[in-house]
Each structure stands twice: as C-alpha cells, then as structure tokens.
Ligand binder design. Sequence first.
Ligand SMILES: CC(C)(COP(=O)(O)OP(=O)(O)OC[C@H]1O[C@@H](n2cnc3c(N)ncnc32)[C@H](O)[C@@H]1OP(=O)(O)O)[C@@H](O)C(=O)NCCC(=O)NCCS
Length: 192
Amino acid sequence: MNQELQFDIATLKTTDIADAMVLEKAAYPPPTPRRDFVRELNSEVTHYLGLRVRLSRLVTKPADGMLNPLIGLAGFWLLADEVHVVTIAVDPAWKGLGLGEWLFIALLEAGQAAGGRIATLEVRPSNAVALALYQKYRFAEVGRRKAYYSDNEDALILTAPPFESPAYQSLLAFRKNRVQSRLQKIDLDKHV
Ligand SMILES: CC(C)(COP(=O)(O)OP(=O)(O)OC[C@H]1O[C@@H](n2cnc3c(N)ncnc32)[C@H](O)[C@@H]1OP(=O)(O)O)[C@@H](O)C(=O)NCCC(=O)NCCS
C-alpha cells in the first residue's frame, strides 16, 4: 500500500479551466471551449467536481502545476429535483483504478446534497465502459434519443432509483467503502 497517495475531490473553479481542458482533450475529446466552461461554472444549475492527485511527497523538484494534477472531472446540472449528469472523465493514465467510480459517487452525493432526488444521464450505446459503471449504480434505460450525437449515434437515456430509497443509500455506502479501500492500494509509482 502506498501511504503517500492522496486524492482530493473539490468543486471546480474558473482557475481550474485550463487543467480541465487538458484533461478533456486527453480523456474525452474534443475539450469544452473555455467560454463554455466559464459559462457553466458561473451557472446556478451547474455543478462541476475536479479530482486531483497529491504528488507532493513523491516529486522532489516539481514543475509548476505538477504537485496536484487534475486527473478527473465530473459535472451535473440540477434541474428541479433531477441531477442530470453532463460529463465524467478520468485521465487515461489513471483509468481502471476505481477513480471514475469514486468521482461518480461524489457526483451523486453532491447532487443529492444540492437537492436532487433522482439522477439521469445520456450515454452512447457503444460506450461499454461508461455503461458498465452506470449499471453498477443501477442506472437503467428509460428511453433513447435518435441521432443525438454529432456523428449521429443515438443516446440511451438512463435513470437511477430515487436517492431517498434506503436500498439505494445502502448501495452507495457499500460501494463507496469498497472503492476507497481499492484506492488505498494504488501503486502511485506506476502512474507518475
Ligand atoms: C467512464 C470513465 C470515467 C470510468 O473511469 P475509470 O476510472 O476508468 O473507471 P473505474 O476504474 O472507476 O471503474 C468503475 C467501473 O467502470 C467499469 N469499467 C471500468 N473500466 C472498464 C473496462 N475496461 N471495461 C468494462 N468496464 C469497465 C466497471 O463497471 C468498473 O467497475 P469494476 O472495477 O468493479 O468492474 C473513464 O473510462 C473515462 O474517462 N472514459 C472516457 C470519458 C467517457 O466516456 N465518459 C462517459 C461519457 S457518458
């Protein structure tokens, strides 16, 4: 176990936009244009979270910006009582470690804390990784938008059970516990 590894999830700020664009370019191109990020971060309905890894103890002479690089982001709109997930992405160098799941749980928790009662999202039928993540959190297909994406791929509309359901709260707590244990076992040296 690498005791020096630490991850932080915090609200994304306008000072994070440059990092967010670099991340999106690598993880899920094309990146959101800067002006759109600024508009989103200033919107009352939009909530963005950024995931950073603290490398401070491992890097002896860090370059600027390398101490805690942004390696994930997730965003939602709160539309009445609906948490509409608009994005989630993890830096390719950090994928498959449980970080996307941790970020997704944080997004669902933030959505609930902001007043959301249910969560919905759109996803490409071809995005097997994202679909598997969402299905783990009991998102189920409730509809389909024809030719939704710019390349004409349809979008599946998925919805999760209401947050207030005790069974769903138990699922979130159980999965959060497991994913945190998983994160503690990440060997940081393999990723820097
Ligand atoms: C979707 C994404 C955020 C997942 O992040 P991640 O850190 O790689 O995922 P995690 O390691 O936390 O895995 C969580 C779950 O996702 C699914 N998953 C992750 N990698 C997978 C893979 N290679 N194949 C199938 N399912 C996978 C699994 O359900 C996994 O749970 P498990 O480990 O218990 O099997 C990441 O792959 C990503 O940034 N993709 C590009 C952007 C994107 O497509 N966003 C979604 C738009 S709708």
